[in-house]
Design a protein around this ligand. Structure first.
Ligand code: TNX
Length: 517
């Protein structure tokens, strides 16, 4: 066939002579240490995953994940073997120094095998993500990539995270996202070594989780979404499946039931929850701060006990979020009373409270989480963050003017909001959790969180457009040593991810700040 006509210019996203990215450019988040050597290792049809003679069950889980992941694009069998001698094998091994901690790993690419060593299956899983990033972009595809040479450069990596909590948050209340959509988002989190996924399950515009003791929350309160379009909710079976899906990818789900504000969906579903006994209409706008549970009614506490009890029972992780933000229609005394009641229910179920930093104004238990979403210079928020640290809460940093993925990339961007800031890729990367809030000791900082609020985002495609590439930068801030923080190489790391997101089917914004591959 004749060659296709040339338009003169290279198609967008392609440069004429593309350099092969170095290992340092390929691995994102940046590892603690990386040495490169000469040469490479090539996988072929004989390659296998080796779990050693006496593997732990959790190691087998990682091996199966890796083999499953590799089978489709390579077309090879990738048998999981106990004591393999196959050339081009991937060895998963439990061990390594204590300094690797609960999430660290070591990865070494030899001439005949790759060895990933860790003290936990989570560490092995993260090592597998690094291996994945060393492979050609076609490994991300959902079909066989005929003709690809499956080579990886010879490197030695020793790696562990800076912070224990590295999270993303997705608001499925303002716009409902199906189980399949949420799974796609989880899949996109995985290579970034994120380990926490907060699901914002209830807000004024919708209630998204079946609660068996209060069925109208989901069936009525979940019917709509922002803009008045059809909403939806997860049955408890569907939700449990999502939690298990995340868990298999070493991600802990933190369910969020926002209260006492952000509760119009609940208030409209059950008249008795309202102080005046009258159910308001469903709300499909984008205002915040107008709704509140009723502190003076016994039914409120029965509601908290029933709802949070069911949510806790569906939660294998330590934390359940009660939100606690923007309760502008609740007095401080009533707020404290209801947040404390919610916390007590969680404690009875063996869970710790997670909430936004406003929860510091109540009586939060030590080691509960306060997610800080203040913007630079906001005095009230800073004071609350300091109060949180004083009371022994751990702070997870989600500064709205850096880490809110629903902020526009530029002033004319079609999607998103700009109340906190317009946040180009470089700004989303320009902060340090340890020094973000003066007067909060770095010992109180547990990690980072990147929320996506979905008032303006109707589906997962637009969510991904806002999240990628910026989520990668938040993940890197949470994982990589402070000394590696540097904008220029980071932008190159992002450029290298472009073809990988494309192959994986993850939508992303081709920010002009990045020279995309
Ligand atoms: C503030 S952040 C909110 C959300 C909105 C978001 C929009 C926070 C804890 N509350 O209710 O969706 O701004 O960016």
């Amino acid at each position: 066939p004749p060659a296709p006509p040339s338009s003169g210019a290279a198609p967008s996203g392609q440069t004429a002579a593309m350099d092969v990215p170095t290992p340092a450019q390929r691995i994102l988040p940046t590892p603690r240490s990386l040495e490169t050597r000469k040469g490479s290792l090539t996988f072929d049809a004989a390659s296998a995953v080796d779990v050693g003679r006496h593997p732990r069950r959790s190691t087998l889980g990682v091996a199966d994940y890796l083999a499953d992941f590799l089978r489709t694009p390579t077309g090879y069998d990738w048998p999981v073997e106990r004591g393999s001698k196959a050339p081009g094998r991937v060895v998963l091994r439990t061990g390594g120094p204590a300094s690797l901690g609960t999430e660290g790993y070591r990865l070494e690419v030899g001439t005949k095998s790759v060895t990933i060593e860790a003290r936990t299956s989570t560490g092995l899983f993260h090592g597998v993500q690094t291996l994945r990033q060393l492979m050609p972009a076609a490994v991300e595809g959902h079909q066989r990539a005929e003709g690809t040479t499956w080579s990886i450069p010879r490197v030695r990596v020793s790696d562990s995270p800076r912070y224990p909590v590295r999270g993303a948050m997705l608001d499925v209340a303002r716009h409902f996202m199906s189980v399949e959509e949420v799974k796609a988002y989880i899949d996109a989190m995985v290579p970034l070594k994120l380990n926490t996924f907060e699901l914002h399950l209830a807000d004024d515009q919708g209630w998204r989780l079946e609660i068996r003791s209060w069925p109208r929350l989901a069936t009525y309160g979940g019917a709509l979404e922002t803009g008045g379009t059809k909403g939806g909710y997860y049955t408890q079976e569907q939700y449990a499946d999502l939690v298990a899906y995340a868990k298999a990818r070493h991600i802990t789900v933190v369910p969020e039931i926002d209260l006492p504000g952000h509760t119009n969906a609940a208030l409209s579903s059950y008249a008795e929850l309202n102080c005046d006994g009258k159910a308001p209409a469903p709300y499909t706008g984008t205002e915040v701060g107008f709704s509140s549970l009723c502190a003076d009614k016994d039914v409120t506490y029965r509601f908290l006990s029933d709802v949070l009890g069911e949510v806790a029972a569906l939660t294998p992780g330590k934390y359940v979020s009660i939100g606690g933000d923007e309760a502008h229609s609740t007095t401080q005394a009533d707020y404290t009373k209801m947040v404390d009641a919610a916390q007590k229910v969680l404690r009875q179920h063996g869970k710790r409270m997670w909430g936004w930093h406003q929860t510091a104004s109540a009586d939060p238990a030590k080691k509960s989480i306060a997610a800080y979403w203040g913007t630079t210079g906001s005095k009230d928020d800073i004071a609350l963050a300091q109060e949180a640290a004083r009371k022994g809460q751990r702070l997870v940093m989600a500064p709205a003017d850096h880490a809110y993925l629903d902020m526009k990339y530029d002033p004319t961007f079609t999607y998103g909001q700009d109340w906190a800031a317009v946040v180009p890729v470089s700004d989303s990367y320009a902060w340090d959790p340890a020094t973000l809030v003066a007067g909060v000791p770095s010992s109180a900082v547990a990690g980072v969180l990147a929320p996506v609020w979905t008032e303006t985002l109707p589906d997962i495609t637009t969510v991904e457009l806002m999240a990628f590439p910026r989520l990668a930068g938040i993940a890197q801030i949470g994982w990589s040593p402070r000394r590696t923080h540097d904008l220029e190489p980071y932008l190159v790391q992002l450029a290298v991810q472009g073809p990988r997101w494309e192959a994986a089917g993850v939508n992303f914004y081709r920010s002009p700040e990045v020279a995309w591959h």
